[in-house]
Design a protein around this ligand. Structure first.
Ligand code: OXD
Ligand code: MN
Length: 603
């Protein structure tokens, strides 16, 4: 195992930074991760010894573990997530802005001695293939071994990253602490963390850049490569450097004739991105392969097309609702070598969650560690319980998923959870109209958002919690791509809505694998063969253009799914106009123009 860092890197900047960090955090010891299999195993054993991990039944769920977090630490904390820059206008109205200098002073106070009694792990990680010119290297220091093993699944970790960094390469410093120092002889708990929600901080110093995260050991708050680096920090870098860092899945869609188009899709959290990314099409002969389920980094290639890569190496998927019916490939991905967090634990030593497609066992241990029976009426798994599974285990992982050049994108999907008005699928007239569609995206809130359910939350490009700079400038950045390449080389843009309901509150569209019917039409539109009708909101499938063969759906349901309802759309226009006001003069004039044109077309 690696041990002392100065034995394995000559990078002066990195060594100097680590010396400063150790001085500030005062860990008992420092350990540098080499990324080896032995190290992963050693860390899992340590987590078992510390009571954080319960090993699962080796036959039922080989080399897998269950962790239960503290009930105060179960999800990303958007209200404690900050963009720290000098000028509030650079953070914009959608972010929690804090003045960088004051926040740095505060962080220096809060982090002081916070690792006392603990080991500090140094995790060199690469987002994107190690050594690719498009990848970014981060160094995360953390006092959480749980973070170390999760990062090992989600990113590329270890000595090859230090080699790629060389003696003077750039890296993004990421400081993470659970905020629970241990006094001498103080007993530890299975999930140590800061318990006071108001004392957690996820801070992005965008001008440096660096990431400082304090108080939470859970998911995107603590695995700093994911939302913090690959989205918030990377989106700012992408704006400056002329590329895109997006909250998007990437899938390959192959026709029965063997032709493949890659599609990238932005959907807010809890809209089935992981399901779509690795879906099993119901249409005979069509296949979907998965490049990524959460994040896409995209650049223009020399041929003028947009190429996307997935900077991650794992899935951090929501467990409840995942089943062999809804997402067989996710179930297969999480069959072994997987870390489960906050699911139920069966008496046989396997995991269980609501809507897993397996009958509830007569007894289990729930996510809080208590006895549970179905009669109790409470959830066995936390609604935001997760599986951390290696992407390489996905049966439909795309052969190019690690290609440093990425895959060429033919179409973008935007969407959200919308019970009314928004049709099943709708194609933008051109790039500018497509950017307008992305800016208009939103979703009705679910329990997973921890807020009132059924309320529309605007979530432009599904980037509301993840855009690291002024969202108005972000819209301009998207619009600018029209001037960077030939318009016909840019992806075609579509808006989809799998969640439309009838008057009785029932879903009109079956979703899941049946979404392949919509993907087929999109494929055909890209190829120039799909039939469409022009409507005030965009191109909709012409009658008969959607392949509904073998699907039991009424004409009336299809009529509702493809209707353009004037009243509803005029309401959308009003709502969006008010939302746009928030961006003041940073809103590009083009978007107001698009909004006015839509209103006019609606008549
Ligand atoms: C996620 C999210 O966990 O978007 O991917 O919340
Ligand atoms: Mn996400």
């Amino acid at each position: 195992m690696a041990g002392a860092l100065d034995a394995i890197t000559q990078h002066k900047g990195l060594l100097a930074w680590l010396t400063e960090v150790v001085e500030l955090l005062k860990p008992d010891s420092v350990y540098t991760c080499d990324g080896s299999e032995e190290e992963y195993k050693y860390m899992c054993d340590l987590l078992v010894e510390q009571g954080t991990f319960t090993p699962l039944n080796q036959t039922l769920r080989p080399d897998s573990f269950l962790a239960r977090s503290h009930p105060s630490d179960v999800a990303r904390v958007e209200d404690r997530t900050f963009i720290a820059v000098a000028d509030m206008n650079e953070a914009g109205p959608t972010n929690n802005w804090v003045p960088a200098r004051d926040m740095k002073d505060k962080m220096l106070r809060i982090f002081k001695n916070c690792m006392e009694g603990r080991t500090m792990y140094v995790i060199p990680f690469s987002m994107g293939p190690v050594g690719s010119p498009f990848s970014k290297i981060g160094i995360e220091v953390t006092d959480s071994p749980y973070v170390v093993v999760n990062m090992s699944i989600m990113t590329r970790v270890g000595l090859p990253v230090l080699e790629a960094l060389g003696e003077c390469g750039d890296f993004i410093p990421c400081i993470h602490s659970i905020g629970a120092p241990l006094a001498p002889f103080q007993a530890d708990v299975p999930w140590p963390c800061e318990r006071d929600p108001k004392h957690k901080y996820i801070v992005h110093f965008q001008e440096e850049p660096s990431i400082w995260s304090y108080g939470s050991g859970y998911g995107g708050n603590a695995l700093l490569g994911k939302k913090c680096l690959a989205l918030r920090v990377a989106s700012s870098m992408a704006k400056k450097e002329g590329w895109l860092a997006e909250h998007m899945l990437i899938l390959g869609l192959t026709s029965p004739e063997g032709k493949t188009h890659y599609i990238a899709g932005a959907f807010p959290s809890a809209c089935g991105k992981t399901n779509l990314a690795m879906m099993l099409p119901t249409l005979p002969g069509w296949t979907v392969t998965c490049v990524g389920d959460d994040i896409a980094w995209m650049r223009l290639g020399e041929d003028g097309r947009l190429y996307a890569m997935n900077p991650e190496t794992g899935f951090f998927g929501v467990a409840p609702g995942t089943s062999y019916a809804s997402n067989p490939n996710a179930m297969e991905s999480a069959k072994s070598n997987t870390i489960f967090t906050n699911t139920g634990l069966t008496d046989e030593g396997d995991v269980w969650w609501e809507d897993m497609g397996v009958a509830a066992p007569a007894h289990l241990i729930d996510w809080e560690g208590n006895d549970w029976t179905p009669e109790d009426g409470r959830k066995a798994a936390h609604p935001n319980s997760r599986f951390t599974a290696p992407a390489r285990q996905c049966p439909v992982i795309d052969p190019k998923w690690q290609d440093p050049a990425g895959v060429p994108i033919s179409a973008f999907l935007f969407g959200g959870r919308r019970a009314s008005t928004i049709p099943l699928v709708n194609q933008a007239f051109d790039w500018e109209h497509g950017v307008f569609m992305g800016s208009a995206a939103g979703s009705e809130t679910t329990a997973a958002n921890l807020s009132k359910t059924g309320v529309l939350r605007h979530d432009p490009f599904a980037m509301l919690p993840f855009c690291g700079y002024n969202m108005g400038d972000y819209f301009s950045h998207w619009l600018s791509f029209a001037g960077r390449t030939d318009a016909e080389k840019l992806p075609k843009v579509f808006f989809v809505n799998w969640f439309r309901k009838d008057d009785d509150g029932k879903f009109l569209w079956p979703g899941y694998g049946e979404n392949s019917r919509v993907l087929k039409w999109i494929f055909e539109r890209v190829e120039g063969t799909g039939e469409a009708v022009e409507t005030p909101i965009g191109y909709l499938p012409a009658p008969g253009a959607l392949d509904l063969s073998g699907l039991d759906i009424s004409d009336d349901a299809m009529k509702q799914l493809l209707a353009v309802e004037k009243e509803g759309w005029l309401n959308e226009v009003d709502g969006l106009s008010k939302y746009y006001d928030e961006f003041g003069d940073r809103l590009p004039a083009e978007l107001r123009k698009q909004l006015a044109a839509l209103k006019e077309r609606l008549g």
